[in-house]
Design a protein around this ligand. Structure first.
Ligand SMILES: NC(=O)c1ccc[n+]([C@@H]2O[C@H](COP(=O)([O-])OP(=O)(O)OC[C@H]3O[C@@H](n4cnc5c(N)ncnc54)[C@H](O)[C@@H]3O)[C@@H](O)[C@H]2O)c1
Length: 239
């Protein structure tokens, strides 16, 4: 039986790469998206793989939208084996200039929506006593990057929540882990290469596929005894 994976933010740069990796490995997909043209372009690249693909439009900062997303996934596949909490955003400014709106917007998506999705999908996984959950954190949550107080708070929280969930869900055989990417070639880091490449021991930004590979590994049977960890994939940036 093929496994079923639910990926949030699947129309984004890293989300698309995660979808491709799972499709290549023969896993059925539910792709949550905001941008229809982008998700359709990703689905087009997956048409040669022998997997089912469902796309669900949802704004996951709203709990009811998360409920609908989980319900539509269960209605189609009956079970969610893997959840990847990938959706995320930045709204950068120094603390002095950070507006209340921009602080809250980033927390709502990067932290609260991760809680909503993990609560809902984790509840379903507990019923069958199996499953894997991986959330995307960031090296920003480890380093405390300048001008990203909202993003840093949200990503440090993802790593903390992952430890709590490792305890709460681990008792029933469910693995919960996180991945913390460094600088990845993507829209989010556009224009930053000249400024930051030299600080990275490997002297290059990472690729979206290198992040997808780490996520896939944590969701595989090879990683059954890895619990509550954050896998840092950053070319050595945080050493
Ligand atoms: N790109 C990097 O260098 C980098 C580094 C570290 C961590 N990350 C993290 O990786 C994840 C993916 O980032 P990316 O670079 O692919 O960014 P991206 O902007 O390309 O993708 C983000 C996705 O989140 C979705 N999204 C935004 N608001 C949403 C909402 N309210 N409801 C549902 N979905 C929503 C977008 O539609 C998009 O698909 C994020 O969590 C990001 O913080 C990225």
């Amino acid at each position: 039986m093929k496994k079923n994976v639910l990926i949030t933010g699947a129309s984004g740069d890293i989300g698309g790469a995660i979808a491709r990796k799972f499709a290549k490995e023969g896993v059925n997909l539910t792709l949550q998206y905001r941008n229809e043209a982008k998700v359709d372009a990703i689905i087009e690249t997956l048409k040669d793989y022998d997997v089912e693909i469902q796309k669900v439009k949802a704004d996951i900062v709203h709990y009811e939208e998360c409920e609908r997303l989980v319900k539509e996934t269960l209605d189609k596949y009956g079970k969610i084996d893997i959840l990847v909490n990938n959706a995320g955003m930045i709204r950068d400014a120094s603390t002095v200039k950070m507006t209340e709106e921009n602080f809250k917007a980033v927390i709502d998506l990067n932290l609260t929506a991760v809680f909503y999705m993990t609560k809902l999908v984790g509840t379903e996984m507990l019923k069958v006593e199996s499953g894997k959950i991986v959330s995307i954190a960031s090296v920003s949550g480890i380093m405390g990057t300048f001008g990203q107080v909202n993003y840093v708070a949200s990503k440090a929280a993802v790593m903390g929540m992952t430890k709590t969930w490792a305890r709460e869900f681990g008792r029933k055989g469910i693995n919960v882990n996180a991945v913390a990417p460094g600088f990845i070639v993507s829209g989010m880091t556009k224009g930053l290469e000249d400024m930051y490449t030299n600080q990275i021991p490997m002297k290059r930004f990472g690729t979206v596929d290198e992040i997808a590979n780490g996520i896939y590994f944590l969701c595989s049977e090879e990683a059954n005894y890895i619990q509550g960890q954050t896998l840092v994939i950053d070319g050595g940036l945080t050493l």
